[in-house]
Design a protein around this ligand. Structure first.
Ligand code: GLN
Length: 462
């Protein structure tokens, strides 16, 4: 069932593909419902799921060796909601291990290839972006109408921009995290990748809701998102919106094609009567280091559950292991089960949470998080901006064989991370191709729980 093996899917989009028998069964059931008029909201629509959402009876690996044999006994709330509305789950998409990465090259199951790469030319293969690279590639390749992704610091928006699809990270809390394997719980957000904003709104409509039973951080959205979105589309225009341009995002690393697109979008908006103002988000430059301390701290704690005892991969005993104890089993299991990036982050997170370093690192990073969040509050509150426009990443997709140093890789996230720290919603909107024929996008950001306005604005630009 793994289409990686038959050589057909050179994109390496999926870790697991649903069996043909099961797909056929679901399609038949859906056709029956259409025939007798009992069809549901998403009946018959093919959806892919990032492999860090638990799926009952279907392997859920998080792109890691440590979960290579893990078959959950329960569905994540979002998967259950999709199934209950008749969606057909076609498979589990490849990703950076536990969501740690920006290019989907940190997977135990190999790198995801960007569908915009020239087929067959090994030197022309581009990264899909990460960590939801499999989900983004699945949409770009036309395998499905929607895909679930998760976004902790940009993992939906960045791959969406590299693959030229819509990638939407909702307000933190409006979608249940139950069954989304935790990376950094205070930032992890489930969201969707689609071809357009209408599809994103339709999916959101199914996915939102307070999960009283299973996720105490989830909240009620408080309005009918789809209705509000459609209502705005039919009654409002670009003239009703105030767009903010954060000058702090004008970084020296910005690719000329992306800068040009950003400027073009602003001129187009002004041409059509929208209001554009320059705004300051003064703490932007502290967001990246704060994020990498907070995310790794939470990860070091969350990932402590993978010890080879309860579930997942366990070090296989060999004759040389005779006499070793339980702790050695933990160590060997985790040494073999986790990849390099994950280990690096567990060490960094443990350091920042340690008794002697806690106040210097973790506490300080939390304070920065508040300042970054207050920047957004001021722009959306006092300055009455409806939607911010920024680039998604400093550059379009880079080549698979391009070796980047770790700092450079982390810098890819500078434009998505502040938004994650603030918990506000954002969407990556594909608009153009660069001179190298690679998709480039802008990121729109709105105030918390203003997701309907956000998707409406994104629709206007597309
Ligand atoms: N690239 C960022 C990281 O590695 C964000 C990843 C994500 O959003 N899951 O932490």
């Amino acid at each position: 069932n793994n289409i990686n093996k038959d050589g057909e899917n050179y994109l390496n989009t999926f870790v697991t593909v649903e069996s043909l028998d099961n797909l056929e069964k679901q399609i038949n059931e859906s056709q029956e419902r259409y025939a007798n008029g009992t069809n549901k909201k998403l009946d018959g629509l093919p959806i892919a799921i990032k492999d860090n959402f638990t799926t009952k009876g279907i392997k859920t690996t998080c792109g890691s060796n440590i979960l290579s044999n893990y078959i959950p006994t329960f569905d994540a709330t979002v998967c259950k909601k999709l199934k209950d509305e008749g969606a057909i789950i076609i498979g589990k998409t490849n990703m950076d291990e536990f969501g740690m990465g920006s290019s989907s090259t940190n997977s135990y199951y190999g790198s995801v290839i960007n569908p915009w790469s020239k087929k067959g030319d090994q030197n022309e293969l581009y990264v899909a972006g990460g960590s939801s690279g499999g989900s983004a590639a699945a949409i770009a390749a036309g395998y499905c109408m929607g895909a679930l992704g998760s976004d902790t610091g940009g993992s939906i928006r960045l791959p969406a921009s590299y693959c030229g699809v819509v990638g939407y990270k909702p307000s933190y809390g409006i979608i249940s995290r139950y069954g989304l394997v935790a990376y950094a719980s205070s930032l992890d957000t489930a969201g969707v990748l689609t071809n357009n904003c209408d599809d994103a709104a339709e999916l959101l409509d199914v996915l939102v809701g307070k999960d009283t039973e299973n996720d105490s951080t989830s909240i009620s959205f408080g309005k009918d998102i789809l209705k509000e979105y459609k209502n705005k589309l039919s009654t409002k225009t670009i003239k009703d919106l105030v767009f903010g341009i954060p000058t702090d995002y004008l970084v020296k690393e910005l690719d000329p094609d992306i800068l040009e697109l950003w400027q073009q979008v602003v001129s187009e908006i002004e041409l059509h009567g929208g209001k554009v103002v320059a705004v300051d988000l003064p703490h932007t430059r502290y967001a990246l280091p704060a994020y990498y301390l907070l995310a790794t701290s939470e990860a070091s704690s969350n990932l402590s559950r993978f010890d080879g005892v309860r579930y997942g991969y366990r070090h296989e005993l060999h004759s040389e292991d005779v006499g070793l104890g339980l702790k050695d089993m933990y160590t060997k299991t985790r040494t073999e089960g986790f990849g390099e990036e994950v280990k690096k982050r567990i060490i960094l997170g443990s350091m920042s949470l340690s008794r002697t370093q806690y106040d210097n690192f973790y506490t300080k990073a939390q304070k920065i998080r508040r300042l970054v969040s207050d920047d957004f509050k001021s722009v959306f509150g006092n300055q009455k901006v409806d939607v911010l426009i920024t680039p998604v990443a400093p550059s379009p997709a880079f080549k698979q064989n391009q070796k980047l140093d770790p700092i450079h890789v982390y810098i890819n996230d500078i434009m998505t991370i502040p938004i994650s720290l603030a918990g506000v919603p954002a969407v990556s909107v594909p608009l153009k191709l660069s001179k190298e024929n690679l998709p480039i996008s802008v990121q729109l950001v709105s105030d918390r729980l203003n997701d309907d306005t956000l998707l409406f604005a994104a629709n206007l630009l597309m």
